[in-house]
Design a protein around this ligand. Structure first.
Ligand SMILES: Nc1ncnc2c1ncn2[C@@H]1O[C@H](COP(=O)(O)OP(=O)(O)OP(=O)(O)O)[C@@H](O)[C@H]1O
Length: 250
């Protein structure tokens, strides 16, 4: 299967210490891959280095691309969700089309409308984006990445700050994109939602990839104890495992 992202022995050092440590992986179309790990495990650093936004050792197929090719290959939703300018929501979503060229046409219009509809933003179209709530602004920025219409979408904690219904609808949108044949790589902290919506989980611990596979194989008691220092109950349900943290084991 053709990979949309290959990382080959990717390492990022901060002050000489590796915070992403020799990570190799491949993301293929149809996958919704969740990057999990405790605070400071290296999730954001790995995503940013994979995009070529940080100096690194090893190889990232995306980082090697020319900027325009990379923007056609991958859309990126960073963790910071600051919207500085009071532009109408529709115009902000339309910025996702910039990598497709300056002249706007029917395909751009269609992609913008589809992205706004997927994130439930039609009624906000003319509102200045700065006047929306934090959660609504997050949905606008997700819509901007959807409008970019790339085979790969990478998102750093896309459901942080969203209410439970918005979390579910956002993860449903991302999972549906993968089921349509794109690939999604996202970091997230909610292990139960990760298990339910991701087809594969990659667990990071101190920069190293310590588990990689289907959620039931990654979210095990020993992995949770070793990586998250957590004793947890894992309930098997028809919707996938639910992880109930019970106590820390540090
Ligand atoms: N600019 C920086 N300079 C020095 N160290 C940094 C810098 N940015 C991140 N780090 C360190 O790199 C490590 C990985 O950070 P990173 O933000 O990638 O973790 P994370 O898994 O995304 O964490 P979180 O879940 O808290 O968002 C941390 O120990 C962090 O302190």
């Amino acid at each position: 299967m053709t990979g949309l992202l290959h990382l080959d022995h990717l390492t990022v050092r901060r002050d000489g210490c590796p915070v992403v440590d020799d990570v190799s992986l491949k993301i293929t179309p149809g996958e919704c891959v969740g990057l999990i790990g405790p605070n400071g495990a290296g999730k954001t650093t790995l995503l940013r280095a994979a995009l070529g936004l940080l100096p690194h050792e090893g190889q990232s197929s995306l980082a090697q691309m020319a900027p325009r090719d990379r923007a056609a290959q991958a859309a990126w939703l960073p963790q910071s969700r600051e919207i500085a300018w009071p532009v109408p929501v529709r115009d902000l979503v339309a910025l996702g089309r910039l990598p497709h060229g300056r002249k706007s046409g029917p395909a751009d219009e269609e992609a913008i409308q589809a992205a706004m509809a997927r994130m439930g933003l039609e009624t906000f179209a003319d509102r200045p984006a700065t006047q929306l709530s934090g959660g609504e602004q997050a949905r606008v920025l997700i819509a901007r990445t959807l409008a970019q219409d790339t085979p790969l979408l990478m998102a750093d904690e896309p459901i942080a700050g969203l209410d439970p219904a918005a979390q579910l609808s956002t993860l449903t949108v991302l999972r549906d994109l993968s089921r349509e044949g794109r690939a999604v790589l996202l970091s997230l902290h909610d292990l139960s939602l990760a298990a339910r919506f991701c087809s594969r989980l990659i667990m990071l611990d101190q920069g190293r990839k310590v588990a990689d596979g289907p959620p039931v194989e990654v979210l095990t008691q020993p992995n949770l104890a070793k990586t998250f220092h957590l004793r947890a109950r894992i309930h098997e349900t028809p919707e996938g495992p639910i992880v109930q943290p019970l106590e820390t084991t540090r």
